[in-house]
Design a protein around this ligand. Structure first.
Ligand code: C2O
Ligand code: CU
Ligand code: CU
Length: 494
């Protein structure tokens, strides 16, 4: 069969389904009564869709020729006594990703990496979102301990032209969260076109540690893209491996000027499909945090691995590097960021030996099995054999209880990677195939890699909010094609 017509669904090469050779037919086959997918497959994401088959890729830019920006911090429009109000339009915009090329995007504030929201523990945030697109969207605070009605449920849309407010209580400890579109069937394309940004929660315990802060505390959104020669973002879910442009904060393999001191980098993988394996070509990565907060102690690591949706926080000390040195953060695919050391600096930051302790794990009372698998006969991605149905409750959890979920990736035949994300809670990884987690994965997590054939066990305590929440694979091209399910937290009736 024609190799170019082989369907690669999230990197999966499916032989024998050559008849289904485009995103359009995949979406059409799976859309059911929902027309959103079809509209999106035809490129109507409000940001100028492009037919993957008609556009040649723009040439790669010489690495380290463009400066890496830091996403601006969003200013509240109203500061109350216990909460802050922010306004965030979702709209089409045009940005320069590759030098000299205009790229239509869909962004929060029209920006390709949305503005960073810096919240404080115990101070609520009201986020007023106006949908200026021509199709529905919504906002999910990934990793947030959020009431169900404000969680950005996959079927809870903001209609075109409408405004709605999300209320985030910020009851959790200091952490690096992110926000993104979660409108079912459209989330993959929406995130791809730019609906992603950081949401950081700060607290006193973290501040007391004296970690690098202010301009030395830098969130970095990593992702890939296929940018056409005309500048357009080409979204082709049938060829997820063909996204050669590696972007850090929306720029291709950029440089960042640093001084000879410590920096805190909050790394997020916002790709749909790419797994990053990051290391430094010189110097040392000190991991200080995971998805949901700081580790109990800093950890010297040679590599950090990030599947889509995961975060890792690191500190890098450039003090030992002479001026003129370029320290390269590299992925197995090539360079990602060049840190150009400009000269010495004073540094009053610290990385204490003890960071934030992890509480002992409470005893779990329930164990559940979750199987992630691709169904080639239906071209569907499933959880326990079923595609997502928002009207179905797959798992009922009693408020206040602790559970162990055993998650298995059954896709050994196709070698498809998945990961596993739970809304509402931060969980702890108990083991991978019976082996205790590496220390860098032993902290608070909300998304965990599940390689083909592997089983992970995670433990979570569901306490505080009731209602319906999603859980899913966080390769959005998989979740938008069904690899998502629903749990409901209920109060126990006597
Ligand atoms: Cu990052 Cu269900 O989300
Ligand atoms: Cu989430
Ligand atoms: Cu998956």
């Amino acid at each position: 069969m024609d190799r170019r017509r082989m369907l690669t669904l999230g990197g999966l090469a499916v032989g024998g389904v050559a008849a289904v050779s485009s995103a359009v037919s995949v979406s059409a086959a799976l859309k059911g009564e929902d027309r959103t997918a079809e509209r999106h497959a035809h490129g109507d994401a409000g940001g100028g869709g492009t037919d993957a088959r008609t556009v040649a890729a723009a040439p790669l830019v010489e690495p380290f020729s463009v400066a890496m920006p830091v996403p601006p911090v969003l200013r509240p429009t109203y500061v109350g006594s216990t909460s802050d109000l922010y306004q965030l339009p979702v709209r089409a915009g045009t940005v320069e990703i590759l030098p000299g090329l205009a790229t239509p995007v869909v962004g929060y504030n029209g920006q390709f990496v949305g503005p960073t929201i810096r919240a404080r523990k115990g101070r609520a945030v009201a986020l007023q979102v106006t949908n200026q697109l021509t199709n529905p969207t919504n906002v999910h605070l990934h990793g947030g301990f959020t009431p169900a009605v404000h969680d950005g449920h996959p079927m809870d849309f903001i209609a075109p032209g409408a405004t709605r407010s999300y209320a985030y209580p910020n009851l959790q400890h200091a952490t690096t969260l992110w926000y993104h579109d979660h409108s079912h069937h459209a989330e993959a394309e929406h995130i791809y076109r730019g609906l992603h940004g950081f949401y950081l929660i700060e607290d006193d315990a973290e501040r007391a540690l004296g970690l690098p802060s202010g301009q030395y505390d830098i969130p970095i959104l990593l992702r890939d893209a296929l940018i056409g020669a005309d500048g357009s973002l080409v979204f082709d879910p049938t060829n997820a491996d063909n996204r050669p442009h590696i972007l850090a904060n929306g720029k291709p393999q950029p440089y960042l000027r640093v001084t000879g001191r410590r920096y805190r980098f909050r790394l997020l993988n916002a790709s749909l499909h790419r797994i990053f394996r990051l290391r430094l070509d010189r110097g040392q990565l000190i991991q200080i945090g995971t998805d949901g907060g700081l580790l109990p102690a800093p950890l010297a690591v040679s590599e950090v691995r990030l599947t889509p949706g995961e975060r890792v926080e690191v500190v890098v000390d450039f003090a030992g590097q002479p001026a003129g040195t370029r320290v390269v953060l590299e992925d197995t695919s090539g360079p990602v960021i060049g840190f150009d050391v400009t000269g010495p600096a004073t540094d009053d930051s610290r990385v204490p030996d003890r960071l934030i302790p992890l509480p002992a794990l409470p005893a779990a009372t329930v164990t559940r099995d979750v199987a992630l698998s691709f169904d080639p006969s239906k071209l569907a991605f499933t959880v326990n054999g079923k595609t997502y149905d928002a009207t179905r409750v797959d798992v009922q959890v009693v408020n206040g209880t602790t559970e162990i979920w055993r998650v298995t990736n059954r896709d050994t035949a196709f070698g498809i990677h998945h990961n596993f994300h739970l809304h509402l809670v931060q969980f702890r990884l108990l083991d991978r195939d019976g082996v205790p987690p590496a220390p860098g994965e032993a902290g608070w997590k909300d998304t965990v890699h599940v390689p083909p054939g592997s089983t992970v066990r995670v433990q979570a305590t569901f306490s505080g909010f009731t209602g319906k929440y999603a859980f899913h694979c966080h390769f959005p091209e998989h979740s938008s094609l069904g690899m998502m399910a629903q749990f409901e937290v209920v109060n126990k009736t006597a």
